[in-house]
Design a binder for this molecule. Structure first.
Ligand code: HEM
Length: 229
């Protein structure tokens, strides 16, 4: 294991760790969105999906713990890399291009930390039931044992909650659109011909994922989803 931690401490090891954990987190966000889109199909679809996940039992816990570990490693590595960057460059840059690169990575740390705030709030809201216990109580009130539809639709009926979720999707968009490009660069996809295509692809993927989430957040407000009473 010590070779792994030695590799993690190197600059390239840190970047590779960011790329691999970033890819896994991106996979989670896409899968989570695909599952959550069933909200648009009505109560039966999303509630059956929630039940199916819950029926995985111990496997669900293994996935949750794995996700948590990946998330923590991603955040800790990002903080380490940004500190190492700062220590390596105490005097300001002379070149404009490097200043731009630093701005981008600095905004990644900022958007990443904002996403951390979002995930903590989101877990307190839908997983632990701390922020809106009334909505959370609906989660297990359905006939089949689950009424995620009631919990989510009643939450997003509150314009403040809906807007907060939608606003965080803007941050997710910024983080993903730069993160996907960085991933490509780290794994060596860097070419005069392909780089513009990768930039466009990163922009579109980030737009679809964050846009999909924002659509769900605003679904009740725009009349796409009815509130369960
Ligand atoms: C509007 C969009 C979203 C909706 C409707 C939504 C809905 C939900 C719901 C209902 C749960 C609770 C699952 C359960 O415990 O049964 C959940 C958990 C979770 N969500 Fe989201 N989510 C959204 C966006 C996001 C985003 C953008 C992220 C990450 C950046 C995220 C990360 C998580 C995580 C980490 C969990 C905990 C997973 C678990 O406990 O199994 N969600 N979400």
């Amino acid at each position: 294991m010590s070779w792994l931690s030695s590799f993690w401490r190197t600059s390239i090891g840190g970047k590779m760790t960011m790329a691999v954990t970033g890819l896994l987190l991106f996979g989670f966000v896409v899968a989570h969105l695909l599952g959550n889109l069933q909200l648009l199909q009505g109560p039966d679809a999303i509630n059956e999906y929630a039940k199916m996940l819950h029926d995985l039992g111990p496997l669900l816990w293994v996935a949750r713990i794995g996700l948590l570990v990946v998330f923590v490693v991603h955040v800790v590595t990002a903080v380490r890399l940004s500190q190492a960057n700062k220590q390596a460059r105490p005097v300001p840059y002379a070149s404009e291009a490097t200043v731009q690169a630093t701005m981008a990575s600095r905004s990644m740390v900022l958007s990443g930390l904002s996403l951390l705030v979002f995930v903590i709030y989101h877990l307190l809201h839908f997983t632990l039931g701390v922020t809106n216990p009334g909505h959370f109580a609906m989660k297990t009130s359905g006939a089949g044992g689950f009424d995620v539809y009631a919990m989510v639709s009643n939450s997003f009926a509150n314009p403040a909650i809906a807007l907060a979720y939608a606003a965080f999707q803007l941050v997710l968009f910024l983080h993903l659109s730069h993160g996907i490009q960085s991933f490509a660069q780290t794994v060596g996809i860097h070419h005069k011909r392909y780089t513009p295509m990768i930039k466009t692809l990163s922009f579109l993927l980030a737009l679809v994922v964050a846009g999909g989430n924002a659509l769900l957040a605003l679904s009740v407000q725009v009349g796409l989803v009815e509130v369960a009473r």
